[in-house]
Write a protein that binds this ligand. Structure first.
Ligand SMILES: NC(=O)c1ccc[n+]([C@@H]2O[C@H](COP(=O)([O-])OP(=O)(O)OC[C@H]3O[C@@H](n4cnc5c(N)ncnc54)[C@H](OP(=O)(O)O)[C@@H]3O)[C@@H](O)[C@H]2O)c1
Length: 309
């Protein structure tokens, strides 16, 4: 048995319970991981609240992002062995697999293709904070075939996805100009991530932005308004509104893969990409309800991490 957070019905944070459940059994191609740190994403509370149109079997353990240590490997696993320090997002679409055994638990099992070796310069907390948000931001840039010298406008630079998107734009894709939005109190923090300009959305509307961009990456779901800052031939990705503005591509669900984390390893190891952890983190394993409340306030600054587990 292991300690875990779980829920047996959909609802608010009040349905979260802490207790003992069975350690997940290992299937072929899976590894069993001792979770050291986990991170929260909005999808975790959306699944808990209403299941996102998926038929989840209860009890469900929330959480997709984690960093930890491999303690056992299933048949056919070739990439990892016991003792490896790994990280990843294990939240594959649960279509046909409605059992959700996530990472807010002492142990979790995951298919090996979802995992990557943890860069040795990153702490477990830093590594756990990255996968879902970083892979979503990477997918957005890949979706529009973003290349060096293009300009980007990032809506929501203080959030989990936005704070990593700014760094990807600057240090991986070498954007020619990066402008990002946030509220007044977070402007200094967003500036520290390296954009050329920060727009305070409480003081300036999209119509008042006097430049146009090759790419508008809207992490907040406001493409019905933010589309006005895209060039005529510019591209827009909106990851949070359904349906988005007709000009916007909606990255509906990012499908995680370890090889995309590996693609960014050199940037993480060299410090060109840095984990951005919310100042209230890490939350203790016993404080998961408080951590979810903070995430669900919509005001987190970077990523919310739970550690130690
Ligand atoms: N489709 C996918 O595969 C996918 C993947 C990941 C995330 N998502 C979705 O993308 C959204 C963002 O995720 P996240 O993890 O980045 O969320 P998050 O970390 O919870 O975002 C919180 C941040 O949003 C900022 N914010 C709120 N309203 C804003 C506005 N009008 N303009 C600019 N910034 C604003 C807040 O900053 P201020 O306090 O300054 O307002 C806060 O720092 C969520 O809806 C999530 O479900 C989708």
């Amino acid at each position: 048995m292991m300690k875990a957070w779980f829920y047996k019905e959909h609802g608010s944070v009040n349905v979260l319970q802490f207790g003992e459940i069975e350690v997940p059994s290992l299937g072929p191609g899976q590894v069993l991981i001792k979770v050291r740190a986990a991170a929260l994403n909005p999808v975790d509370f959306k699944l808990r609240q209403h299941g996102l149109r998926q038929n989840i079997a209860f009890p469900a353990v929330p959480g997709g992002d984690f960093a930890g240590v491999v303690v056992d490997v299933g048949d056919g696993v070739s990439k990892f062995e016991k003792g490896d320090e790994v990280y990843g997002d294990i939240l594959e679409s649960s279509e046909g697999n409605p059992r959700l055994l996530g990472t807010l638990a002492e142990y979790t099992a995951a298919a090996e293709h979802l995992l990557a070796l943890k860069p040795s310069n990153l702490s477990f907390e830093e590594a756990a904070s990255l996968p879902l948000a970083l892979l979503t931001a990477l997918l957005a840039f890949d979706t529009v075939d973003f290349h060096k010298g293009q300009s980007v406008f990032i809506v929501g630079g203080a959030g989990g996805v936005g704070s990593l998107a700014i760094q990807l734009a600057k240090n991986v894709f070498e954007a020619s100009r990066i402008v990002s939005t946030c509220s007044t109190g977070k402007a200094e923090f967003v500036k520290s991530l390296g954009p050329d300009l920060v727009v305070d959305y409480t003081k300036q509307s999209y119509e008042q932005v006097d430049e146009k961009f090759d790419f508008v990456f809207d992490t907040i779901g406001e493409s019905s308004k933010s589309h006005v800052v895209a060039k005529e031939e510019g591209k827009i990705v909106d990851i949070a509104s359904f349906p988005p503005h007709p000009r916007a591509v909606n990255v509906r669900l990012m499908h995680p893969h370890g090889r995309n984390l590996e693609r960014l390893s050199e940037y993480l190891e060299s410090g060109k990409l840095k984990a951005v952890i919310d100042p209230k983190s890490p939350y203790a394993f016993s404080d998961v309800v408080e951590a979810f409340k903070h995430l669900e306030s919509g005001r987190a600054r970077g990523k919310i991490v739970i550690s130690p587990i």
